[in-house]
Write a protein that binds this ligand. Structure first.
Ligand SMILES: *[C@@H]1O[C@H](CO)[C@@H](O)[C@H](O)[C@H]1NC(C)=O
Ligand SMILES: *[C@@H]1O[C@H](CO)[C@@H](O)[C@H](O)[C@H]1NC(C)=O
Ligand SMILES: *[C@@H]1O[C@H](CO)[C@@H](O)[C@H](O)[C@H]1NC(C)=O
Length: 485
């Protein structure tokens, strides 16, 4: 609904603007200059990787950095997937590519091959956006403040989207062979704002072959999402009955967030919040309440004392490893990356001033519009995340299905990775899907890479999530195999 407030978003303007942006054709293969010979410390691989800049505004010398990895096998037969991280202001390259589902994960001086990389299923494009995030830059750095500008402030996330659709056009000029390819747009967290809005823009422009979107632990509706934290924390034993009661009767999470944003936390809300933080403790990561934390980020001096256990499969310090890796000079050279106006690459921008009021813009209705126009919508939740818990997300998707009059086509049921339950799922009208990933964090592919890859693969293939043992057990008996005592 809020999109009506943005005049340039009318279909007519869009088509004109977007086609103009996409029409200038280039004959030479400019992508060659962006081809990565090899990343420092990487194992030998057979697929191609590219990285470099896409100019968004020549006059202001503003450009976005991208990393593109072709599919491990048969790239010409696989779809193109754009991945965007949220924040706002966090890097899709540092988080998405190097800590979640890219082909490699940094470990010390080397890159380890990720066996569950999403480029097994697709050609993966990661873009750092907007300018000011990661290696993306604006030489006229007053741009960074203008995202916060009163005039454009309340629409700045849409403005970001406008730049993203433009950047997609410019990217296709470098990679024209992908222009007609099946396209999927994916992302997580605050990308619950970027992905639907960008998808809507593309649907209206009719320019690319958009098939579906997938968003993980997305911010869709501020109050519902943020207030579901209390029940999640309470039901997982992280806060006491008394504190849960306070969230329900005295001051809830959305009120606390609003007050903190405006810099005026009332004593009453401050008390509830402080008590919750004390109970949760700083030794638990709110983005995954069961996973171990990277202790060096909690106590910098204890990093050496608390080396990861040998048996641990997930490197909980991967974001720190990525930070070190992407700040090596030879890595930046291999990636064709430059540091413009900053002294180091950071996971989340240190220069961008984002209009935080935008967090309150609901994007769930856009999911409805997309589903109605035949775009597959998958909303998934890492079920250990307390930041944007599955509880709020599931309610939002359920309500959306009701509003759209979409009947359940796959009733709420478990899904499998091999012979273990990998989560729960429900599908509405064969177009809108909800799924949880069992044991997964806010950044689901980071902590549950295998299960996330199954979800990703089913989503791209338009297949229901694997029913696994359900079919076997149905043949055997109907007994529910749970012993409650
Ligand atoms: C730099 O950007 C700001 C805001 O985006 C703009 O007002 C200003 O004119 C720009 N400066 C130059 C030299 O182009
Ligand atoms: C949160 O608190 C605000 C302000 O007191 C209230 O308007 C809102 O209904 C509450 N939301 C929930 C979900 O409790
Ligand atoms: C949804 O289910 C209702 C009740 O069973 C039925 O009347 C309606 O036709 C169904 N809608 C669709 C689109 O299948």
């Amino acid at each position: 609904m809020h999109l009506q407030l943005v005049p340039w978003l009318t279909a007519a303007t869009l088509c004109v603007t977007l086609s103009r942006m996409c029409s200038s054709s280039t004959l030479s293969t400019i992508s060659d200059a962006d081809k990565i010979a090899s990343l420092p410390g990487q194992p030998k691989v057979s697929f191609s990787q590219y990285a470099g800049y896409i100019t968004v505004d020549e006059k202001q010398q503003r450009a976005l950095f991208y990393y593109f990895t072709e599919a491990e096998a048969d790239p010409a037969l696989k779809p193109l997937v754009l991945w965007l991280n949220g924040g706002p202001g966090c890097s899709s390259v540092g988080v998405g590519a190097f800590s979640e589902h890219g082909p490699f994960k940094p470990s010390g001086d080397v890159l380890l091959k990720n066996d569950y990389s999403w480029n097994k299923e697709a050609n993966m494009l990661y873009i750092e956006s907007p300018a000011g995030v990661g290696f993306s830059y604006s030489v006229n750095n007053s741009f960074y403040n203008s995202v916060d500008d009163k005039m454009t402030g309340s629409f700045s996330s849409q403005i970001t989207i406008k730049r993203q659709s433009r950047i997609l056009c410019n990217w296709f000029e470098k990679f024209p062979q992908y222009r007609e390819r099946d396209l999927f747009i994916t992302g997580e967290s605050y990308a619950g704002h970027y992905v639907p809005q960008l998808a809507k823009l593309i649907v209206q422009s009719k320019l690319f072959n958009l098939k579906g979107i997938a968003i993980g632990n997305p911010l869709l509706e501020f109050d519902t999402d943020i207030n579901s934290r209390a029940e999640f924390l309470w039901s997982h034993g992280l806060i006491s009955d008394a504190t849960y009661e306070s969230f329900n009767t005295i001051c809830n999470f959305s009120k606390i967030q609003r007050q903190r944003r405006s810099g005026a936390l009332t004593p009453v809300c401050s008390h509830v919040f402080t008590e919750a933080l004390r109970e949760i403790s700083k030794f638990v990561d709110g983005y995954d309440v069961t996973l171990d934390v990277c202790l060096s980020t909690v106590f910098s001096q204890s990093a050496v004392l608390n080396k990861l256990q040998e048996t641990q499969k997930i490197d909980v310090c991967v974001q720190e490893e990525t930070y070190k890796y992407l700040n090596r000079k030879e890595v930046q050279e291999a990636l064709h990356a430059r540091l413009i106006g900053i002294s180091a690459w950071t996971t989340c921008s240190s220069v961008l001033k984002y209009e935080m009021q935008n967090l309150e813009i609901p994007t769930v209705s856009i999911l409805g519009e997309l589903a109605k126009s035949g775009i597959h919508v998958l909303v998934y939740s890492g079920d250990q995340d307390a930041a944007i818990p599955l509880l709020g997300t599931r309610t939002i998707v359920n309500n959306l299905a009701k509003q759209l009059g979409l009947n359940t086509t796959v009733p709420y049921r478990v899904w499998f990775k091999e012979r273990q339950v990998a989560g729960w799922t429900q599908v509405y009208g064969d177009i809108l899907s909800f799924a949880t990933i069992r044991g997964a964090s806010h950044e689901a592919p980071f902590s549950q890479p295998e299960r996330s890859l199954v979800l990703f693969s089913s989503f791209l293939g338009g297949r229901p999530l694997p029913g696994g043992l359900l079919s076997e057990s149905a043949a055997e008996s109907n007994d529910i195999n749970i012993k409650w005592s």
